[in-house]
Design a protein around this ligand. Sequence first.
Ligand code: PLP
Length: 481
Amino acid sequence: MSVPSPVPSVVGAAAASEVLAELGRLRDEDPPTHGGRVLSYVYDPGDAALDELAAEAVRLFLPVNGLDPTTFRSVATLERDLVALAREVLHGGDDVVGSVTSGGTESCLLAVKSARDVWRAEDPARAQARPRLVAPTTAHPAFHKAAAYLDLDLVSVPVDPATGTFDADRLLAEVDDRTALVVVSAPSYPFGVLDPVAQVAAGAAERGVACHVDACLGGWVLPWWGEPGERALPRWDLAVPGVTSMSADLHKYGYAPKGASVVLYRGRERHLAQYFVTSAWPGYPVVNPTVLGSRAAGPMAAAWAITRTLGTEGFARLVARTRRATRVLVDAGEQIEGLRVVGRPEGPLVALAADDAAPAGRRVDPFLLVDAVRRRGFLLQAQPALTQDDGTRLPRTAHLTVTPVTERVADELVQALRAGADEVRGMPPAAPDPTLAERVLAEGLPEDLAVVMATVEALPPEVKHPVLAQVLQGAVDPSRA
Ligand SMILES: *Cc1c(COP(=O)(O)O)cnc(C)c1O
């Protein structure tokens, strides 16, 4: 039997110019990352000079390996400076230390690992025990992933469908002696509302339990959110007693390219509990502060360069723009007949739900709205409804992540929202299609996603999870694409 050669026989070499042209054509098929037309995933400061600066910083640090800061001292300096800045902005004292990671998911994962290992080390009886992680249903899925990877039981505490957040006592009631960590968000991604950080942190501290504030989204925007003379935000950062760790993504409102976040801990022991060290191999001694081995230094260098050129005044200026745009969009969301804004967003996120107070014939289905607004040139994000453990149901929503550049297109976006809502108002909400899964697997995703999202929303997890994974797998399967 002949074994196929592992080396393809005809991979022709191409000229660099052709290859680059091809990359350019691939990028042309993507939605625009700049200009405010995509209201999720990308964070555009609306400043071409900042983009150039980031690109140049990445270029300088492209060949460097952040794996070993004793060899590449430059990386240690960048990381120390970024941790120092984050600590200052987030009001941590000298006892606050941390790391730069590849992103929010890694920051959250590490915070969970640290809490788990500190909890286990506190009592020999816990050495092999499986701890619990208590978080509201709005906590980022990075914590579901962390619980799955690191063997914790996740307890999901329902939030109030009207406000999108919860009463601290309700969450604290779930804290028991197996609980290693509670998580709150500042703000939560789905609805953009601020959790009761101070109350939860105080209750957690009383019970000797760690408390992580997930400020992946808010960490580089909320510090400048308030305006003089206005009601200040409730306290949410490291100045709050009982907060033991915090995550803040540089690749969101720090405007760095993807691959940069900060995780901070109160106490050097907690930070050390995140490290992995081994000498049980015949190679170099391994000391990994984060999940990765070899580490890109480019995003870190870009984050360093951007934060240094912006300074706190620069951040304040960009946040003011973001905030004005958010205000305009929240007002529009409240005024458009058949829609409502979920909760009271405190930060740059807006979630639009159908207005239950309106008669069914005047409501606007968020999934239909997303398609209608896409046809008008703006990409919103559809968020499916969720039935919580107590039976209450969080509504399906259309989600907007507002960035500084949104201000420039805010009027046009409001027009698109109004016209889109007019188009679909009173139409029956998008309904699931039981035959869809097979069709999508065979033909790929359709343009309009309302029915896809309604189907995803309706299917039980044991059915939809494997299908979703297969759809995404199919996208990168060389034998199928
Ligand atoms: C984005 C985000 C994360 C995860 O971050 P990634 O950078 O996408 O890995 C975690 N929590 C919140 C609140 C976020 O918005």
